[in-house]
Design a binder for this molecule. Structure first.
Ligand code: AMP
Length: 399
């Protein structure tokens, strides 16, 4: 069964075509700068890649182009669009939704209602769903929510110490994000160590441009570092992560900025980029630090220290930790960052194998010492495959 997975962002559309249940990726198409005159289309299939510029006014046109690349060219991936049996969508905010679900009027209403909590993400996600409904009519569509994995966290983990009415009347709580990634790597790590996900306590560290940690007990998220919005928790590329909430008032006064301007500063001008003044990219920071750039070094130290604190906190949450998992761009590729986060954690039962850590770049690997009580793993995340799997499992369950 061929499943198309769509990730519609504010200015991009990413589509992956999978053969399920094998999980084989048949093609990938990305349209960047949707809504501008100088969009770019990248198409990958059968080991080759093509790029071409073109004007793409909206997500509908972007999907049209992606579908045409699947059926066009000298060696089409599909002999017709009717071969696509179902569509899966990444949707950022699902509010109370606890699992991936078939898209019907009720699901659409949930996504619309939660757009206020993810104003940059849910509207383009809806555009992707509308485009797929129009261009691939009558196909079952499934929404996979970034928040769903965390939706059943216990109340002591998801409540803020604010007036309760804000929770009861406005849904102010910790939602958490990157759930599809945390869920995928937790399952994959269990397979790598030959155990069932339900038997394991894991800490999953998604370290990419956005960063979050999760405490996973028996295959379920019981705590996570992002909050009501994806600004909380770990230090990120350009986002500040945890700060004193009192700063929000003081800085609007001192900098004479509106709340919207300050929100922008915390989202776009902070994190690794803001601290270092060099870059939001860990590769560039490591290079600058090795040439003696003190602020690049300092930014990396703050990043790793914050991540190490969350590892410690989630040890306390879980009581026993079977595995610590690193994933996403930084987690999968940077032995330096992984080593620094794990430094000094032998007392908690974490001992890296330095050679295995150094060798693990962009591939799944066990990087802890053989006698480390907690296994440390690098697991390459694959949110698209997880969404395709959800589509398959949802339809199997329904059929
Ligand atoms: P993601 O959001 O998962 O695509 O991760 C993107 C981030 O991963 C980039 O901003 C870099 O900071 C980081 N990254 C990617 N490749 C490497 C690498 N080889 N070494 C260190 N960091 C990397």
């Amino acid at each position: 069964m061929k499943v198309l997975v769509l990730n519609a962002g504010s200015s991009s559309l990413k589509c992956s075509l999978f053969e399920m249940p094998e999980g084989r990726k048949l093609a990938y198409c990305e349209v960047e700068r949707v809504g501008s005159e100088d969009s770019e289309v990248t198409f990958r299939a059968g080991g080759s890649e093509q790029r071409r510029p073109c004007g793409v006014p909206d997500h509908g046109h972007a999907l049209d182009i992606a579908l045409a690349s699947l059926t066009g060219g000298e060696r089409p991936v599909l002999d017709g669009l009717d071969r696509i049996a179902a569509v899966g969508h990444r949707v950022v905010h699902g509010g109370p939704m606890t699992e991936s679900t078939l898209i019907d009027e009720e699901t659409l209403e949930t996504i619309r209602r939660n757009a206020v909590l993810a104003p940059l993400h849910n509207p383009p996600n809806l555009e992707g769903i509308e485009a797929a409904t129009r261009l691939l009519p009558d196909r079952p569509q499934v929404a996979a929510f970034d928040t769903a994995f965390h939706a059943r966290m216990p109340r002591e983990a998801h409540l803020y110490a604010l007036p309760y009415s804000l929770y009861a009347e406005r849904g102010v709580r910790v939602y958490g994000f990157h759930g599809t990634s945390h869920r995928y790597v937790a399952r994959r790590a269990a397979a790598m160590v030959g155990r069932e996900p339900g038997e394991l306590n894991l800490i999953t560290m998604h370290l990419g441009n956005g960063c979050s940690a999760a405490a996973v007990r028996g295959g379920r998220s019981v705590d996570t570092s992002m909050g009501m919005t994806p600004l909380a928790g770990l230090v990120m590329g350009t986002r500040c992560g945890d700060i004193d909430p009192g700063l929000f008032y003081l800085l609007t006064e001192w900098l004479d900025q509106s709340p919207a301007e300050l929100y922008d500063l915390l989202n776009r001008d902070s994190g690794l980029a803001g601290l270092s003044g060099v870059s939001n990219d860990v590769r560039e920071l490591l290079a600058a630090a090795s040439e003696g750039n003190e602020r690049a070094q300092m930014a990396l130290e703050v990043f790793c220290y914050r991540a190490r604190k969350y590892v410690g906190a989630y040890f306390a949450v879980l009581g026993r930790v079977d595995g610590l998992i690193f994933t996403a761009g930084i987690g999968e590729n940077s032995p330096e960052v992984r080593g620094e986060i794990c430094r000094g954690l032998e007392g908690l039962g974490i001992a890296l194998d330095p050679d295995a850590n150094r060798a693990a770049r962009g591939a799944d690997a066990l990087i802890s010492a053989p006698d480390s009580p907690t296994a440390v793993l690098v697991v390459c995340t694959n949110e698209e495959l997880q969404i395709a799997t959800d589509v398959w499992e949802t339809l199997e369950g329904a059929g």
